[in-house]
Design a protein around this ligand. Sequence first.
Ligand code: PNW
Length: 503
Amino acid sequence: MSQEASMFSASDVIVSYSPLTGHDLPVQELPLPADFAWGTATAAYQIEGAASQDGKGKSIWDTYSHLEPSRTNGENADISCDHYNHMPEDVELMASLGVDVYRFSISWSRIIPLGGRNDPINEKGIAFYNDLIDRLLARSIEPVVTLYHWDAPQAIYDRYGAFLDTAEFRADFERYARLCFSRFGDRVKKWVTFNEPYIISIFAHLNGTLAPGHCREAGTDTKTEPWRVGHTIILSHAAVVQMYVDEFQPSQTGEISIVLNGHFYEPYDAASAVDVDAAERRMVFYIGWFADPVFLGTDYPAEMRAYLGARLPEFMPDERALLRRTAPFNAFYGMNHYSTKYARALADPPAEDDWTGNVEETSVNSEGKEIGPASAMGWLRVAPSGFRKLLNWVWNRYHVPVIITENGCPCVGEDDVATAVDDKFRQRYLGLYLDAISRAIYEDGVVVRGYYVWSLMDNYEWSAGYGPRYGIVHVDFKTLKRTPKNSAYYLRDTFKSRRRAAS
Ligand code: PNW
Protein backbone atom coordinates (compact mmCIF):
# COMPACT_ATOMS: atom_id res chain seq x y z
CA MET A 1 0.00 0.00 0.00
CA SER A 2 1.34 3.46 -0.83
CA GLN A 3 2.15 5.72 2.10
CA GLU A 4 -0.68 7.99 1.06
CA ALA A 5 -3.33 5.29 1.00
CA SER A 6 -2.26 3.97 4.40
CA MET A 7 -2.49 7.32 6.14
CA PHE A 8 -5.95 6.68 7.50
CA SER A 9 -5.91 2.91 7.61
CA ALA A 10 -5.91 0.77 10.73
CA SER A 11 -3.25 -1.46 9.17
CA ASP A 12 -0.72 1.34 9.52
CA VAL A 13 -0.99 1.36 13.33
CA ILE A 14 2.30 0.56 15.06
CA VAL A 15 2.09 -1.46 18.25
CA SER A 16 5.48 -0.75 19.74
CA TYR A 17 8.11 1.91 19.17
CA SER A 18 11.45 0.97 17.72
CA PRO A 19 14.37 2.83 19.29
CA LEU A 20 15.79 5.24 16.74
CA THR A 21 18.50 7.80 16.82
CA GLY A 22 17.08 11.26 16.99
CA HIS A 23 14.43 10.28 19.50
CA ASP A 24 16.54 11.81 22.24
CA LEU A 25 16.54 15.29 20.71
CA PRO A 26 16.10 17.64 23.66
CA VAL A 27 13.05 19.88 23.94
CA GLN A 28 14.39 23.36 24.58
CA GLU A 29 11.20 25.12 25.66
CA LEU A 30 12.04 28.09 23.43
CA PRO A 31 9.98 31.27 23.81
CA LEU A 32 6.85 32.26 21.93
CA PRO A 33 5.28 35.71 21.49
CA ALA A 34 3.17 36.95 24.39
CA ASP A 35 0.04 37.11 22.21
CA PHE A 36 0.58 33.68 20.61
CA ALA A 37 -2.71 31.72 20.78
CA TRP A 38 -2.94 28.13 21.95
CA GLY A 39 -5.93 26.10 21.03
CA THR A 40 -7.41 22.67 20.56
CA ALA A 41 -9.09 21.37 17.41
CA THR A 42 -11.80 18.85 16.49
CA ALA A 43 -14.17 18.08 13.63
CA ALA A 44 -17.93 17.48 13.84
CA TYR A 45 -18.17 13.95 12.47
CA GLN A 46 -15.20 12.77 14.51
CA ILE A 47 -16.61 13.78 17.91
CA GLU A 48 -20.29 14.73 17.90
CA GLY A 49 -22.09 11.40 17.60
CA ALA A 50 -25.86 12.03 17.74
CA ALA A 51 -25.95 10.88 14.13
CA SER A 52 -29.69 11.32 13.74
CA GLN A 53 -30.63 13.22 16.88
CA ASP A 54 -32.78 16.37 16.73
CA GLY A 55 -33.39 16.19 12.99
CA LYS A 56 -29.81 15.91 11.71
CA GLY A 57 -29.61 14.71 8.10
CA LYS A 58 -27.18 12.10 6.85
CA SER A 59 -23.74 13.10 5.66
CA ILE A 60 -21.51 11.14 3.29
CA TRP A 61 -19.67 9.86 6.38
CA ASP A 62 -22.87 8.43 7.90
CA THR A 63 -23.19 6.42 4.71
CA TYR A 64 -19.54 5.53 4.23
CA SER A 65 -19.01 4.33 7.82
CA HIS A 66 -21.91 1.88 7.42
CA LEU A 67 -20.86 0.27 4.14
CA GLU A 68 -20.73 -3.53 4.00
CA PRO A 69 -18.06 -4.77 3.85
CA SER A 70 -16.72 -2.05 6.10
CA ARG A 71 -14.16 0.40 4.77
CA THR A 72 -13.70 1.96 8.19
CA ASN A 73 -12.27 -0.83 10.33
CA GLY A 74 -15.80 -2.02 11.18
CA GLU A 75 -16.47 1.20 13.10
CA ASN A 76 -18.68 4.27 12.71
CA ALA A 77 -19.15 7.54 14.59
CA ASP A 78 -22.88 7.20 15.39
CA ILE A 79 -21.91 7.87 19.01
CA SER A 80 -18.13 8.50 19.08
CA CYS A 81 -17.39 10.94 21.97
CA ASP A 82 -21.09 11.90 22.05
CA HIS A 83 -19.91 15.49 22.23
CA TYR A 84 -23.38 16.62 21.10
CA ASN A 85 -24.65 15.51 24.52
CA HIS A 86 -21.45 16.22 26.51
CA MET A 87 -20.65 19.63 25.12
CA PRO A 88 -20.88 21.67 28.37
CA GLU A 89 -18.46 19.23 30.06
CA ASP A 90 -16.07 19.49 27.12
CA VAL A 91 -16.06 23.29 27.26
CA GLU A 92 -15.33 23.18 31.01
CA LEU A 93 -12.50 20.76 30.32
CA MET A 94 -10.93 23.20 27.86
CA ALA A 95 -11.36 26.05 30.32
CA SER A 96 -9.54 23.98 32.95
CA LEU A 97 -6.62 23.55 30.54
CA GLY A 98 -6.38 27.27 29.91
CA VAL A 99 -6.92 27.16 26.14
CA ASP A 100 -7.43 30.44 24.27
CA VAL A 101 -9.06 28.98 21.17
CA TYR A 102 -11.32 26.10 20.19
CA ARG A 103 -11.39 25.17 16.50
CA PHE A 104 -14.42 23.04 15.66
CA SER A 105 -16.46 22.35 12.55
CA ILE A 106 -20.15 22.68 11.87
CA SER A 107 -21.99 19.67 10.53
CA TRP A 108 -23.72 21.03 7.40
CA SER A 109 -26.44 18.36 7.49
CA ARG A 110 -27.16 19.10 11.15
CA ILE A 111 -28.31 22.60 10.27
CA ILE A 112 -29.56 21.98 6.70
CA PRO A 113 -30.43 18.27 6.76
CA LEU A 114 -30.68 17.93 2.97
CA GLY A 115 -27.94 20.50 2.33
CA GLY A 116 -29.40 22.31 -0.69
CA ARG A 117 -30.08 26.01 -1.16
CA ASN A 118 -33.85 25.52 -1.11
CA ASP A 119 -33.94 22.92 1.65
CA PRO A 120 -35.33 23.57 5.15
CA ILE A 121 -33.21 24.73 8.09
CA ASN A 122 -33.03 22.64 11.29
CA GLU A 123 -33.31 25.11 14.17
CA LYS A 124 -32.36 22.48 16.75
CA GLY A 125 -29.01 22.05 15.03
CA ILE A 126 -28.47 25.81 15.01
CA ALA A 127 -29.36 25.93 18.71
CA PHE A 128 -26.61 23.41 19.50
CA TYR A 129 -23.90 25.55 17.88
CA ASN A 130 -25.29 28.72 19.46
CA ASP A 131 -25.06 27.11 22.86
CA LEU A 132 -21.51 25.89 22.17
CA ILE A 133 -20.37 29.34 21.02
CA ASP A 134 -21.98 31.06 24.01
CA ARG A 135 -20.39 28.67 26.47
CA LEU A 136 -16.97 29.13 24.88
CA LEU A 137 -17.24 32.91 25.06
CA ALA A 138 -18.40 32.73 28.67
CA ARG A 139 -15.09 30.96 29.35
CA SER A 140 -13.11 33.45 27.25
CA ILE A 141 -12.35 30.82 24.62
CA GLU A 142 -12.35 32.09 21.04
CA PRO A 143 -14.40 29.97 18.63
CA VAL A 144 -12.66 29.29 15.31
CA VAL A 145 -15.18 27.68 13.00
CA THR A 146 -14.58 25.39 10.02
CA LEU A 147 -17.55 25.27 7.67
CA TYR A 148 -16.51 22.09 5.90
CA HIS A 149 -14.55 19.27 7.53
CA TRP A 150 -15.39 16.44 5.12
CA ASP A 151 -19.03 15.69 5.94
CA ALA A 152 -21.04 16.77 2.88
CA PRO A 153 -24.78 16.24 3.15
CA GLN A 154 -25.59 12.87 1.59
CA ALA A 155 -28.52 14.41 -0.28
CA ILE A 156 -26.30 16.76 -2.33
CA TYR A 157 -24.02 13.85 -3.17
CA ASP A 158 -27.05 11.86 -4.33
CA ARG A 159 -28.40 14.80 -6.32
CA TYR A 160 -25.34 15.88 -8.27
CA GLY A 161 -22.19 14.29 -6.87
CA ALA A 162 -21.42 17.18 -4.47
CA PHE A 163 -17.94 18.52 -5.45
CA LEU A 164 -18.17 16.94 -8.88
CA ASP A 165 -20.60 19.65 -10.03
CA THR A 166 -18.92 23.00 -9.47
CA ALA A 167 -21.90 25.29 -10.12
CA GLU A 168 -24.38 23.31 -8.01
CA PHE A 169 -21.97 22.80 -5.12
CA ARG A 170 -20.91 26.42 -5.09
CA ALA A 171 -24.51 27.65 -4.93
CA ASP A 172 -25.42 25.26 -2.10
CA PHE A 173 -22.23 26.00 -0.17
CA GLU A 174 -22.83 29.74 -0.48
CA ARG A 175 -26.28 29.37 1.06
CA TYR A 176 -24.90 27.22 3.89
CA ALA A 177 -22.09 29.73 4.56
CA ARG A 178 -24.52 32.66 4.51
CA LEU A 179 -26.69 30.89 7.07
CA CYS A 180 -23.65 30.34 9.32
CA PHE A 181 -22.43 33.95 9.03
CA SER A 182 -25.87 35.35 9.73
CA ARG A 183 -26.62 33.09 12.71
CA PHE A 184 -23.17 32.81 14.32
CA GLY A 185 -21.11 35.65 12.88
CA ASP A 186 -22.05 38.14 15.61
CA ARG A 187 -19.82 36.01 17.90
CA VAL A 188 -17.52 34.01 15.59
CA LYS A 189 -14.61 36.13 14.37
CA LYS A 190 -12.47 33.52 12.63
CA TRP A 191 -13.84 31.39 9.83
CA VAL A 192 -12.31 28.57 7.83
CA THR A 193 -14.16 27.57 4.66
CA PHE A 194 -12.59 24.16 3.90
CA ASN A 195 -10.37 21.76 5.80
CA GLU A 196 -7.64 20.19 3.66
CA PRO A 197 -8.79 20.40 0.03
CA TYR A 198 -5.93 18.11 -0.98
CA ILE A 199 -7.32 15.30 1.13
CA ILE A 200 -10.87 15.87 -0.11
CA SER A 201 -9.67 15.75 -3.72
CA ILE A 202 -7.17 12.89 -3.57
CA PHE A 203 -8.23 10.62 -0.71
CA ALA A 204 -11.97 10.90 -1.29
CA HIS A 205 -12.00 11.09 -5.09
CA LEU A 206 -8.90 9.28 -6.31
CA ASN A 207 -7.54 6.59 -4.03
CA GLY A 208 -10.92 6.35 -2.34
CA THR A 209 -9.92 5.82 1.28
CA LEU A 210 -12.24 8.52 2.59
CA ALA A 211 -15.94 9.23 1.98
CA PRO A 212 -17.55 9.19 -0.49
CA GLY A 213 -14.87 6.75 -1.72
CA HIS A 214 -15.57 7.85 -5.26
CA CYS A 215 -12.87 6.04 -7.21
CA ARG A 216 -12.01 3.34 -9.66
CA GLU A 217 -15.54 2.11 -10.01
CA ALA A 218 -17.94 2.27 -12.94
CA GLY A 219 -18.57 5.84 -14.02
CA THR A 220 -15.60 7.41 -12.24
CA ASP A 221 -12.59 9.05 -13.84
CA THR A 222 -9.54 9.33 -11.62
CA LYS A 223 -7.64 11.21 -14.31
CA THR A 224 -9.79 14.32 -14.11
CA GLU A 225 -12.24 14.14 -11.20
CA PRO A 226 -9.83 14.92 -8.34
CA TRP A 227 -8.79 18.11 -10.15
CA ARG A 228 -12.45 19.02 -10.74
CA VAL A 229 -13.06 18.56 -7.00
CA GLY A 230 -10.12 20.84 -6.19
CA HIS A 231 -11.42 23.40 -8.68
CA THR A 232 -14.86 23.36 -7.03
CA ILE A 233 -13.29 23.91 -3.62
CA ILE A 234 -11.14 26.85 -4.75
CA LEU A 235 -14.04 28.62 -6.47
CA SER A 236 -16.51 27.92 -3.66
CA HIS A 237 -13.96 29.24 -1.19
CA ALA A 238 -13.37 32.42 -3.18
CA ALA A 239 -17.10 33.01 -3.64
CA VAL A 240 -17.68 32.70 0.10
CA VAL A 241 -14.75 35.00 0.92
CA GLN A 242 -16.28 37.58 -1.42
CA MET A 243 -19.67 37.17 0.25
CA TYR A 244 -18.21 37.51 3.74
CA VAL A 245 -16.24 40.60 2.81
CA ASP A 246 -19.20 42.27 1.07
CA GLU A 247 -22.08 41.33 3.32
CA PHE A 248 -20.79 40.50 6.78
CA GLN A 249 -17.30 41.78 7.51
CA PRO A 250 -18.27 45.46 7.68
CA SER A 251 -20.51 44.81 10.69
CA GLN A 252 -19.03 41.59 12.08
CA THR A 253 -15.33 42.51 11.68
CA GLY A 254 -14.10 38.90 11.55
CA GLU A 255 -11.49 37.10 9.44
CA ILE A 256 -11.79 34.30 6.94
CA SER A 257 -9.44 31.89 5.20
CA ILE A 258 -8.80 28.22 4.37
CA VAL A 259 -6.85 25.35 6.00
CA LEU A 260 -4.29 23.49 3.87
CA ASN A 261 -2.33 20.46 4.96
CA GLY A 262 1.07 19.45 3.70
CA HIS A 263 4.22 17.56 4.57
CA PHE A 264 7.67 18.97 4.08
CA TYR A 265 9.66 16.93 1.54
CA GLU A 266 13.39 16.32 1.69
CA PRO A 267 15.15 14.80 -1.34
CA TYR A 268 15.56 11.03 -1.16
CA ASP A 269 19.14 11.49 -2.32
CA ALA A 270 20.38 14.96 -1.41
CA ALA A 271 23.16 14.70 -3.99
CA SER A 272 20.73 13.99 -6.82
CA ALA A 273 19.46 17.02 -8.73
CA VAL A 274 16.35 15.16 -9.86
CA ASP A 275 15.43 14.26 -6.26
CA VAL A 276 16.00 17.86 -5.15
CA ASP A 277 13.60 18.92 -7.92
CA ALA A 278 11.16 16.16 -6.97
CA ALA A 279 10.97 17.37 -3.37
CA GLU A 280 10.17 20.92 -4.48
CA ARG A 281 7.73 19.67 -7.14
CA ARG A 282 5.89 17.50 -4.60
CA MET A 283 5.23 20.54 -2.39
CA VAL A 284 4.06 22.61 -5.34
CA PHE A 285 1.65 19.83 -6.39
CA TYR A 286 0.44 19.36 -2.80
CA ILE A 287 0.24 22.91 -1.48
CA GLY A 288 0.68 25.26 -4.46
CA TRP A 289 -2.28 23.54 -6.15
CA PHE A 290 -4.57 25.39 -3.72
CA ALA A 291 -2.44 28.08 -2.18
CA ASP A 292 -1.40 29.77 -5.45
CA PRO A 293 -4.98 30.47 -6.61
CA VAL A 294 -6.23 31.25 -3.09
CA PHE A 295 -3.39 33.39 -1.67
CA LEU A 296 -1.75 34.73 -4.83
CA GLY A 297 -4.96 34.97 -6.86
CA THR A 298 -3.19 33.36 -9.82
CA ASP A 299 -3.69 30.28 -11.97
CA TYR A 300 -2.49 26.85 -10.85
CA PRO A 301 1.32 26.58 -10.67
CA ALA A 302 2.92 26.47 -14.13
CA GLU A 303 4.56 23.10 -13.33
CA MET A 304 1.13 21.61 -12.75
CA ARG A 305 -0.32 23.03 -15.96
CA ALA A 306 2.59 21.66 -17.94
CA TYR A 307 2.40 18.20 -16.36
CA LEU A 308 -1.38 17.71 -16.14
CA GLY A 309 -2.42 19.40 -19.38
CA ALA A 310 -6.13 19.03 -20.11
CA ARG A 311 -6.66 17.06 -16.86
CA LEU A 312 -6.54 20.37 -14.97
CA PRO A 313 -9.64 22.59 -15.34
CA GLU A 314 -9.33 26.17 -16.59
CA PHE A 315 -10.41 29.25 -14.67
CA MET A 316 -12.78 31.37 -16.78
CA PRO A 317 -12.11 35.14 -17.01
CA ASP A 318 -14.72 36.00 -14.36
CA GLU A 319 -13.29 33.30 -12.10
CA ARG A 320 -9.77 34.67 -12.52
CA ALA A 321 -11.10 38.06 -11.53
CA LEU A 322 -12.78 36.55 -8.47
CA LEU A 323 -9.50 34.91 -7.39
CA ARG A 324 -7.52 38.11 -7.90
CA ARG A 325 -10.06 40.17 -5.99
CA THR A 326 -10.41 37.84 -3.02
CA ALA A 327 -6.79 36.72 -2.54
CA PRO A 328 -5.81 39.65 -0.28
CA PHE A 329 -8.78 39.04 2.01
CA ASN A 330 -7.50 35.66 3.19
CA ALA A 331 -6.33 36.85 6.57
CA PHE A 332 -4.18 33.89 7.62
CA TYR A 333 -2.70 30.69 6.23
CA GLY A 334 -4.26 27.80 8.20
CA MET A 335 -1.60 25.09 8.26
CA ASN A 336 -2.26 21.48 9.22
CA HIS A 337 1.08 19.76 9.54
CA TYR A 338 2.14 16.42 10.95
CA SER A 339 5.32 15.10 9.37
CA THR A 340 8.11 15.15 6.78
CA LYS A 341 8.90 12.65 4.04
CA TYR A 342 11.55 11.94 1.46
CA ALA A 343 10.70 12.54 -2.21
CA ARG A 344 12.25 10.43 -4.93
CA ALA A 345 11.97 11.19 -8.64
CA LEU A 346 10.63 8.18 -10.50
CA ALA A 347 12.35 7.19 -13.73
CA ASP A 348 9.47 5.26 -15.31
CA PRO A 349 6.61 7.15 -16.94
CA PRO A 350 3.80 7.88 -14.47
CA ALA A 351 0.40 6.18 -14.31
CA GLU A 352 -2.17 8.00 -16.44
CA ASP A 353 -3.94 9.24 -13.29
CA ASP A 354 -0.74 10.20 -11.42
CA TRP A 355 -1.26 13.11 -9.04
CA THR A 356 2.18 13.36 -7.46
CA GLY A 357 4.29 14.81 -10.26
CA ASN A 358 5.82 11.34 -10.64
CA VAL A 359 7.33 11.34 -7.19
CA GLU A 360 7.58 8.46 -4.73
CA GLU A 361 7.26 9.25 -1.01
CA THR A 362 9.31 7.35 1.53
CA SER A 363 10.31 7.49 5.18
CA VAL A 364 13.86 6.20 4.56
CA ASN A 365 16.41 7.94 2.32
CA SER A 366 19.04 6.63 -0.10
CA GLU A 367 21.47 6.10 2.79
CA GLY A 368 18.95 4.09 4.81
CA LYS A 369 18.37 6.97 7.22
CA GLU A 370 14.85 7.30 8.66
CA ILE A 371 13.31 10.76 8.50
CA GLY A 372 12.48 10.46 12.21
CA PRO A 373 10.99 8.15 14.85
CA ALA A 374 7.53 6.77 14.01
CA SER A 375 4.52 7.59 16.16
CA ALA A 376 1.69 5.06 16.44
CA MET A 377 1.08 5.72 12.73
CA GLY A 378 3.93 4.48 10.54
CA TRP A 379 3.88 7.53 8.28
CA LEU A 380 3.75 10.11 11.08
CA ARG A 381 7.35 10.64 12.10
CA VAL A 382 8.94 13.14 14.43
CA ALA A 383 10.78 15.58 12.17
CA PRO A 384 10.57 19.10 13.62
CA SER A 385 13.29 20.52 11.36
CA GLY A 386 11.07 19.75 8.34
CA PHE A 387 8.26 21.69 10.05
CA ARG A 388 10.50 24.73 10.42
CA LYS A 389 11.49 24.46 6.75
CA LEU A 390 7.84 24.20 5.68
CA LEU A 391 6.96 27.31 7.69
CA ASN A 392 9.69 29.12 5.80
CA TRP A 393 8.58 27.70 2.45
CA VAL A 394 5.00 28.85 2.97
CA TRP A 395 6.00 32.25 4.33
CA ASN A 396 8.43 32.94 1.49
CA ARG A 397 5.91 31.97 -1.17
CA TYR A 398 2.75 33.56 0.26
CA HIS A 399 3.69 36.13 2.94
CA VAL A 400 0.53 35.53 4.94
CA PRO A 401 0.56 35.13 8.75
CA VAL A 402 0.41 31.43 9.59
CA ILE A 403 -1.80 29.74 12.17
CA ILE A 404 -1.05 26.11 12.92
CA THR A 405 -4.60 24.81 12.77
CA GLU A 406 -3.62 21.16 13.44
CA ASN A 407 -0.55 19.35 14.74
CA GLY A 408 -0.26 16.29 16.94
CA CYS A 409 0.31 12.55 16.93
CA PRO A 410 -1.03 9.24 18.24
CA CYS A 411 1.03 7.17 20.71
CA VAL A 412 1.40 3.43 21.12
CA GLY A 413 -0.81 1.58 23.62
CA GLU A 414 -3.31 4.32 24.32
CA ASP A 415 -6.49 2.23 24.58
CA ASP A 416 -5.71 1.60 28.21
CA VAL A 417 -6.19 4.81 30.16
CA ALA A 418 -3.37 4.10 32.60
CA THR A 419 -0.86 3.83 29.73
CA ALA A 420 -2.47 6.64 27.79
CA VAL A 421 -2.08 9.36 30.40
CA ASP A 422 1.68 8.90 30.54
CA ASP A 423 2.13 10.07 26.94
CA LYS A 424 5.79 11.02 26.97
CA PHE A 425 6.14 10.43 23.24
CA ARG A 426 3.42 13.01 22.49
CA GLN A 427 4.83 15.53 24.95
CA ARG A 428 8.21 15.23 23.27
CA TYR A 429 6.65 15.59 19.82
CA LEU A 430 4.64 18.66 20.82
CA GLY A 431 7.58 20.23 22.64
CA LEU A 432 9.88 19.81 19.64
CA TYR A 433 7.30 21.14 17.18
CA LEU A 434 6.74 24.21 19.37
CA ASP A 435 10.51 24.76 19.45
CA ALA A 436 10.46 24.63 15.63
CA ILE A 437 7.81 27.38 15.59
CA SER A 438 9.89 29.48 17.95
CA ARG A 439 12.94 29.16 15.70
CA ALA A 440 10.88 30.00 12.62
CA ILE A 441 9.59 33.14 14.34
CA TYR A 442 12.73 34.44 16.03
CA GLU A 443 15.51 33.12 13.80
CA ASP A 444 13.81 33.14 10.40
CA GLY A 445 11.28 35.98 10.66
CA VAL A 446 8.19 33.90 9.84
CA VAL A 447 4.94 35.28 11.26
CA VAL A 448 3.09 32.57 13.19
CA ARG A 449 0.10 33.63 15.26
CA GLY A 450 -1.11 30.49 16.98
CA TYR A 451 -1.05 26.74 17.48
CA TYR A 452 -4.08 24.46 17.75
CA VAL A 453 -3.27 20.92 18.82
CA TRP A 454 -4.97 17.99 17.10
CA SER A 455 -6.89 16.95 18.98
CA LEU A 456 -8.80 18.03 22.07
CA MET A 457 -9.78 14.42 22.66
CA ASP A 458 -9.47 10.93 21.19
CA ASN A 459 -12.01 10.54 18.41
CA TYR A 460 -13.04 8.71 15.28
CA GLU A 461 -10.01 8.70 12.99
CA TRP A 462 -11.95 8.27 9.74
CA SER A 463 -11.11 5.02 7.92
CA ALA A 464 -8.86 3.93 10.78
CA GLY A 465 -11.83 4.01 13.19
CA TYR A 466 -10.97 4.24 16.88
CA GLY A 467 -7.47 2.74 16.49
CA PRO A 468 -5.17 5.78 16.44
CA ARG A 469 -5.77 8.20 19.32
CA TYR A 470 -4.68 11.79 18.69
CA GLY A 471 -6.27 13.35 21.79
CA ILE A 472 -4.56 15.21 24.60
CA VAL A 473 -7.56 13.89 26.54
CA HIS A 474 -8.27 10.16 26.66
CA VAL A 475 -11.82 9.05 25.90
CA ASP A 476 -13.12 5.69 27.08
CA PHE A 477 -15.49 4.90 24.22
CA LYS A 478 -17.57 2.55 26.42
CA THR A 479 -18.18 4.88 29.35
CA LEU A 480 -17.44 8.17 27.48
CA LYS A 481 -15.29 9.24 30.42
CA ARG A 482 -12.74 11.92 29.56
CA THR A 483 -9.31 11.81 31.25
CA PRO A 484 -6.66 14.41 30.43
CA LYS A 485 -3.34 12.92 29.40
CA ASN A 486 -0.12 14.44 30.74
CA SER A 487 0.37 16.21 27.39
CA ALA A 488 -2.74 18.29 28.17
CA TYR A 489 -1.04 19.59 31.31
CA TYR A 490 2.24 19.90 29.46
CA LEU A 491 0.65 22.21 26.90
CA ARG A 492 -1.13 24.22 29.59
CA ASP A 493 2.16 24.74 31.42
CA THR A 494 4.50 25.16 28.46
CA PHE A 495 2.36 27.90 26.95
CA LYS A 496 2.35 29.67 30.29
CA SER A 497 6.11 29.61 30.62
CA ARG A 498 7.10 29.99 26.97
CA ARG A 499 4.92 33.03 26.56
CA ARG A 500 6.07 34.55 29.80
CA ALA A 501 9.63 34.03 28.60
CA ALA A 502 8.88 35.99 25.46
CA SER A 503 7.18 38.97 27.04
C1 PNW B 1 -6.15 15.62 9.39
N1 PNW B 1 -1.30 13.82 5.84
O1 PNW B 1 -6.03 14.71 8.36
C2 PNW B 1 -7.62 15.89 9.54
O2 PNW B 1 -7.93 17.25 9.37
C3 PNW B 1 -8.19 15.37 10.81
O3 PNW B 1 -9.57 15.26 10.69
C4 PNW B 1 -7.52 14.05 11.17
O4 PNW B 1 -8.14 13.39 12.23
C5 PNW B 1 -6.10 14.38 11.51
O5 PNW B 1 -5.48 15.11 10.50
C6 PNW B 1 -5.24 13.16 11.85
O6 PNW B 1 -5.15 12.29 10.76
C7 PNW B 1 -4.80 14.48 7.81
O7 PNW B 1 -1.33 13.56 4.66
C8 PNW B 1 -4.77 14.31 6.47
O8 PNW B 1 -0.24 13.96 6.43
C9 PNW B 1 -3.60 14.09 5.83
C10 PNW B 1 -2.44 14.03 6.51
C11 PNW B 1 -2.44 14.19 7.85
C12 PNW B 1 -3.63 14.39 8.51
